[in-house]
Design a protein around this ligand. Sequence first.
Ligand code: URA
Length: 311
Amino acid sequence: MSRRARFLEVLGIADEWVLRRAPALPEAVEPSAMAGLADPSAEVTAVHEDTASREAAQAAVTLAAVADARVDEAQAEAAPSAWSAQADMDAAAPAPATAEVAVARMPPEPVAADTSTREAVIARLDWAALEQRVCGCNDCQLCDGRTQTVFGVGDRQAEWMLVGEAPGENEDKQGEPFVGQAGKLLDNMLAAVGLARGRNVFIANVLKCRPPGNRNPEPEEVAQCEPYLRRQIALIQPKLIVVLGRFAAQSLLRTTTPIGKLRGTVHSYEGIPVVVTYHPAYLLRTLSDKARAWEDLCLAREVHARAGAKA
Ligand code: URA
């Protein structure tokens, strides 16, 4: 079974989507880098509804719904078009299908002049010291409700870095990001582009502690936690960052632009290319956006290949 077929099967839409056309790859893309993948520019269209897969997806929705309600609401608010039917899909901003992607440059971060500030101290920590500091962090109110911090997991020399929002209930218990239903979908999405958790991928969240009841993170909590993510990125120096969901995208890119507009463009964080896609928890509930997530992954893979990456 091809990677694409496997990916669609995992998403529960194996019987719903067919390629309408499959144009040639853009010249600049190494064919080997795209081997086994659907052409990102290929159009997909729904042809019929598979009741069984809908039911399976619905079961996953129910499981994920409580833990990830905040993501659902946030996405709906920020990108209403993501919630509407097929007609709206056509109206939403399409992902670019070519290697000619606009790089949206973010303003450079102000250099910390005072080397004794909290941020400057964190910015100098090595892995061991950073992990220890996060583990014992009491710098915001989230420390009161957590079981443990969730530092991040994976290959510390990874070329791919994935950034989500915050630990949920399962992650808080297990100390690892994306271990619930959304995490299973994420693992399958990674597998579809030849990646695996911990092998050339590092997964982290903007927040290292679970917000109680999975509520939206407060700006102050983000402000306190952001230096940790910033340092993780600086230590890993990934060739690509894939941001999962509205909250992480808006935090990392310091913008209020809705996710529907952020996806499809290659952004930049400290000079590292950033591709934005939907949060896996949202995808569990919104079948109509899964094809778009696939487009995003294809774009990410293309950007990664262009960055002169090894794998
Ligand atoms: N959602 C996230 O954004 N991160 C996790 O680790 C789990 C769920």
